[in-house]
Write a protein that binds this ligand. Structure first.
Ligand code: ADP
Length: 863
């Protein structure tokens, strides 16, 4: 059976990989008959046996056949589902840290149980990563029964749970959670003050569901934890009020020298460019409305930020559109992901753009924030020892997976042959013609009891179609990012006879559309096995009706920028050998065609000469559109790559800082470390006054003063020399003597409080100063990144410049951290420490660590 599937399938590389796995699948199947004889309890004991064998020399690879057959046997007993051979193949591919492309409905959730079980035996934890809380919850609760049957624990890591629950979730053998939660937990873990506050363990194996969505679509926005800074809200409002004074320039005039227009809109790059005339107008407006003095220029460095704010306000008005790029919910601006149509609650556009949009929409402007911690999803997931992923659509992005994550993509054959009929695109002259054609296609489906899923690229489009359907009395469900919570339920019913469901790309992803509608009683084992129950009978009837009508029909109302997203939409139909069909409708008004394929397509259509309301269908057009999509995919890939390349630089620095932080948190005693920094600082100070081999007594006064100011050194260097005249000819020895004296005095002062507490003071100072500088560095480097392109580096690569400058800034920061740590500790231990030590002692005795750290924070005075 498996051999046959493989022979009929795919190109050579893929085929070769699958063929090589054939023997392994046969072996797993062969082991099945012995397991049949085992009692449930004996099957469960296999888990402990495997764990033991791993300790005594077996490897996960050598255990794979047995472990896979054990979990398959358990699944048969618990769910009544036996992993298909193609699922076993998918499981092996996932175990071998590759991406398994498995079509919708092939049972990825069950496939994941195979590598999850095997790798959980190692004991470091397996993270199964889903796109949203709903899917994490659903999969965890479903598979918990299976894993617990085999003696493994399951944890759930979703937003809003307590720190204690998170710890429990991470300690489980297998944890289900969302990409955001895992990433944010990592960042939060690197902001805590003691080891016990951390929730994550070692990052060992991550298995990402819908991997393209997580590692590609979401990878363009880094995860950011931010905190508020000063209030600049009124500035956003006031700049916003200047927008109506500025006139956009006609695109056609752009290249000509034209007096008309203050700015032009680059829709492709989503940028606004001010014209010379526009800049003069802005300067005048700023003077008129008292932002600038009459004598002041807009181009002074302190005023340049007005241009930035003006550009933001114009972007907010002319590029970022309500119900396409964002929605307003509870008087808040919520980002809508342009690829998936999903709302990104809690995420904010950076650099003031979010505030500019808040000002435009006249909702409450949230304070400007500064980044406290940040990481890209790419760099987070690269922290895992082992990574793998699964999705229905990966092959178009195989190159990116390979070059960025070192993940190979393997296409797994379907369990049953795919018979969906994908029809060629139909192109219309205008949007209205297209809409009419879509409506008549939907009506035709409904008349024949065929369910239809209409995919749109935006919420606005969904609503537009919904309105038109209402006019002709066609009942339908509208599913978009606004109704995220109900989406899974609605999509589950999208296969009912004559059901019409309108959905944005993302909606209900991860939920299977079953022909005839979901069999609600399938999960109720009693009803499920009772084939004659009335529930099952009703469902069978509906299922037959839908199959006869042609299965699920997919209508794409526009081509998406990325072929992968179109394939996802198509992939909703034709699961497990089901019948189905798909068709995309396009018009010359579609943005994809307008911006990327217009010239070729329009001239082609002109040659052919179609009439209003007629459509054109031609393989050449499909090729032209695919070419346009590839062009945008490449652009987007470059944007993600660039983000990653920039993040890689900060990533190395983050690794250094987090490593240092972890060392500090883990070590109970950092006194010696402090003494060595102290020594370093003293050397640095003395070297400015002494050089050569012979001591120059003339500079002692100044040096003594400096040492006193910085290190509370109150001895006379001349006395050292009187005591030991050989020091005149031995600078190093003299310096060593000064260093030891200061170190001794410092240590003596720390002993005024118990050893444990003095250590905690040192640790708190070091951690807090490290954090303050790191946060400042992150924000400066971010600013550098955004502004580096503005600088006129003749012939210089901005990325190289960024690398060079940020490295220099990082080095300077490390020096500043050391300086400030010593300065602060000297202050604490020398200035009124006799009195203050009682407060420290009392707080630490009471274990009031927050107040303690706060007190330390107050004594940190950065320079
Ligand atoms: P995917 O995520 O690949 O689209 P799902 O994991 O949602 O697919 O599974 C689709 C449906 O197929 C689910 O109802 C699931 O219970 C069922 N299924 C998966 N594997 C099997 C199997 N081996 N035997 C029977 N049913 C299965």
């Amino acid at each position: 059976m498996l051999g046959k599937i493989i022979n009929n399938f795919f190109m050579s590389r893929n085929e070769r990989i699958l063929k090589n796995l054939n023997d392994l699948v046969i072996k797993i199947n062969f082991l099945e008959k012995d397991l049949l004889k085992l009692s449930d309890n004996e099957l469960k004991k296999k888990t402990d046996e495997f764990k033991l064998r791993l300790k005594y020399g077996d490897t996960v690879d050598s255990l794979l056949p047995e472990a896979f057959s054990v979990i398959r046997e358990a699944s048969k007993r618990v769910f009544g589902m036996r992993h298909f051979d193609v699922q076993i193949l998918g499981g092996i591919i996932l175990h071998r840290h590759c991406i398994a492309e498995m079509r919708t409905g092939e049972g990825k959730t069950l496939t994941a149980t195979l590598p999850a079980y095997l790798n959980a035996l190692v004991g470091h934890g397996v993270h199964i990563v889903t796109m949203n809380d709903y899917l994490a919850k659903r999969d965890a609760s479903k598979n918990r029964i299976l894993f617990e049957f085999l003696g493994l624990s399951v944890g759930l890591n979703i937003s809003g749970i307590s720190q204690q629950d998170k710890k429990i979730a991470y300690l489980a053998d297998i944890t289900y959670g969302t990409n955001h939660e895992y990433g944010f937990d990592y960042l939060r873990d690197n902001m805590v003050f003691c080891q016990t506050q951390k929730v994550q363990r070692k990052l060992y194996f991550a298995l990402i569901d819908e991997v393209d969505s997580i590692l590609i679509d979401e990878a363009r926005t880094p995860l950011v934890i931010s905190g508020p800074i000063e209030d600049s809200n009124s500035l956003y409002q006031r700049i916003n009020s200047l927008v109506p004074f500025l006139i956009p320039k006609n695109k056609k005039n752009y290249n000509k020298i034209s007096q008309v227009g203050d700015f032009y809109i680059d829709s492709k790059q989503r940028q606004i460019h001010l014209t010379e005339k526009g800049l003069i107008k802005i300067e005048n407006l700023l003077v008129k409305y008292n932002f600038l003095l009459k004598t002041e220029s807009l181009y002074l460095s302190k005023n340049i930020f007005f241009i930035h704010h003006m550009l933001l306000a114009l972007k907010a008005h002319y590029i970022f559109l309500k119900n396409i790029d964002y929605i307003i919910q509870d008087k808040k601006i919520i980002i809508v992901d342009e690829h998936t149509g999903r709302i990104m609650s809690g995420r904010r556009w950076s650099d003031g753009l979010h505030q500019a949009i808040e000002a435009k929409e006249n909702v409450c402007i949230q304070n400007d924030t500064q980044t406290l911690a940040t990481i890209t999803l790419q760099n987070y997931f690269r922290l895992y020892v082992k990574l793998s992923g699964m999705t229905g659509t990966a092959s178009t992005e195989a190159f990116e997976f390979n070059s960025i994550y070192n993940l190979d993509t393997v296409v797994i054959p379907t369990n049953k042959p795919m018979i969906r009929h994908d029809m060629s695109d139909l192109i219309y002259l205008s949007e209205t013609d297209k809409m009419n054609a879509i409506l008549s296609d939907i009506k035709d489906c409904v008349d024949r009891q065929q369910p239809v899923l209409v995919g749109t690229v935006s919420i606005e489009k969904s609503e537009q179609i919904s309105k038109l359907l209402k006019k002709i009395n066609i009942k339908h469900n509208i599913l978009n990012a606004k109704r995220h919570a109900q989406e899974a339920n609605i999509i589950a019913q999208a296969g009912e006879p004559a059901a019409v469901t309108i959905a944005t790309n993302m909606a209900g992803r991860g939920t299977d559309i079953v022909l005839g509608g979901i069999n609600r009683y399938k999960n109720n084992i009693k009803h499920y096995f009772n084939k004659n129950s009335s529930f099952n009978k009703l469902w069978c009837k509906k299922n037959k009706l839908v199959v006869k009508s042609g299965g699920l029909h997919i209508i794409g109302t526009e081509r998406h920028e990325s072929r992968r997203i179109d394939n996802q939409l198509r992939g909703r139909s034709g699961r497990q050998g089901d019948p189905g069909s798909s068709r995309f409708y396009l018009s010359l008004d579609d943005s994809l065609i307008r911006f990327f394929a217009s010239d070729n397509i329009i001239s082609f259509i002109k040659t052919i000469g179609i009439q209003k309301s007629q459509s054109i269908e031609h393989p050449w057009l499909n090729i032209a559109i695919e070419r346009a999509q590839k062009k945008i995919e490449n652009q987007n890939f470059d944007a993600r790559k660039q983000l990653l390349e920039y993040d890689n630089i900060i990533n190395e620095q983050r690794a250094v800082i987090y490593h240092e932080r972890n060392k500090l948190i883990k070590n109970s005693n950092i006194h010696d470390h402090i003494l060595s920094i102290l020594k370093d600082r003293i050397y640095f100070c003395i070297k400015q006054y002494m050089s050569g081999d012979v001591v120059n007594a003339d500079s002692f006064l100044a040096l003594e003063q400096e040492l006193k100011n910085n290190f509370y050194f109150i001895k006379s260097i001349n006395k050292f020399l009187e005591h030991d005249t050989t020091l005149y000819n031995n600078v190093d020895k003299l310096i060593d003597l000064i260093v030891t004296t200061i170190q001794f005095s410092y240590s003596k002062n720390t002993q005024l409080i118990t050893n444990q507490y003095s250590n905690m003071i040192e640790k708190s100072v070091m951690l807090q100063i490290l954090d303050i500088f790191w946060v400042e560095h992150l924000n400066t480097v971010d600013f550098l990144r955004h502004s580096i392109h503005l600088r006129g580096y003749a012939q210089q690569d901005p990325q190289q410049e960024y690398k060079r400058e940020s490295f220099f800034m990082f080095q300077t920061m490390l020096e500043s951290i050391k300086n400030n740590v010593i300065k602060c500790l000297i202050n604490i231990f020398y200035m009124d420490f006799e009195q203050k030590k009682n407060i420290y002692t009392r707080l630490l005795d009471q274990k009031d660590y927050d107040a303690f750290h706060m007190l330390i924070m107050k004594s940190i005075n950065i320079n």
